[in-house]
Design a protein around this ligand. Structure first.
Ligand code: ADP
Ligand code: MG
Length: 231
């Protein structure tokens, strides 16, 4: 897979007093299998940026390409794209809906049209990859610890069999142990499955472990290179 942004701008509430130029001419290419870290102050445009990766947000101007194809072209299947590029947000609570963990992770695959059995097979595989053992399958997502909740949310994304997983400060609010667990999970997916990973983080040590670090400031990419070059 590859994601390419060409001269992306995004303006919230254009033409009003609330007008906000959140992205200003961003160019970026994410190659297959890369582990990319994104850092930058609050309000620098990180969340706005990554929601362009899978068509959750439409750029005000510029092009987004997935495997070379313009994702905003008329007949492009953005529903499918959203399963290929999975987003995990800061508050996974907002991504967990069902009464039981296993059921929750089955939700996406069922929506893809898979049978109950196939969906469960995928969910079990995803939960295993995310590091949640069988004893949690029948738990309520809301009974889980912070780290376990994140891993349940990650499993929900993995059950869609994505090519790329994007974590938007998904490790914020976790204690160091929970953070380590979640990071270890995504590093393993990257190493062992070749999955492309994008990690938005406030922690320099997490960004340092990436192949590449992008620094955002005021809606623009101000640095882009290896952790060594950037730090
Ligand atoms: P980050 O994720 O780096 O904190 P965001 O992408 O959330 O940055 O925000 C970039 C800018 O856009 C900020 O100035 C923020 O206040 C503004 N912004 C974000 N979401 C909205 C929104 N829904 N409506 C208006 N402005 C927004
Ligand atoms: Mg954000």
């Amino acid at each position: 897979m590859s994601i390419k942004l060409e001269h992306i701008t995004y303006t919230y509430s254009p033409g009003t007093v609330y007008e906000m130029h959140a992205l200003k001419d961003v160019d970026m290419e994410i190659p297959d299998g890369q582990f990319m870290g994104i850092i930058g102050h609050t309000g620098s445009g990180k969340s706005t940026l990554i929601q362009h990766f899978n068509g959750l947000m439409k750029p005000t101007s510029g092009k987004v390409r997935y495997n070379g194809q313009d994702i905003w072209a008329e007949k492009y299947d953005r529903q499918k794209l959203r399963s290929k590029v999975g987003l995990v947000f800061q508050y996974p609570e907002h991504q967990l809906f069902e009464a039981e963990v296993l059921e929750d992770v089955c939700f996406g695959p069922k929506n893809l049209g898979l049978s109950k059995e196939e969906a469960e097979e995928r969910a079990v595989r995803a939960l295993t990859q995310a590091g949640l053992s069988e004893k949690f399958y029948k738990s309520s997502p809301f009974e889980l610890s912070g780290g376990q909740k994140r891993r349940a949310a990650i499993a929900g994304v993995l059950a869609m069999e994505p090519e790329c997983i994007v974590l938007d400060e998904a490790t914020a609010m976790l204690d160091p142990v929970g953070r380590r667990e979640v990071l270890a999970t995504v590093h393993r997916l990257n190493r062992e499955k070749g999955m492309t990973v994008v990690l938005i983080t406030h922690h320099m040590n997490e960004a340092e472990e990436a192949d590449r670090v992008v620094v955002m400031d005021d809606g623009a990419v101000v640095m882009d290179g290896s952790p060594k070059e950037v730090f």
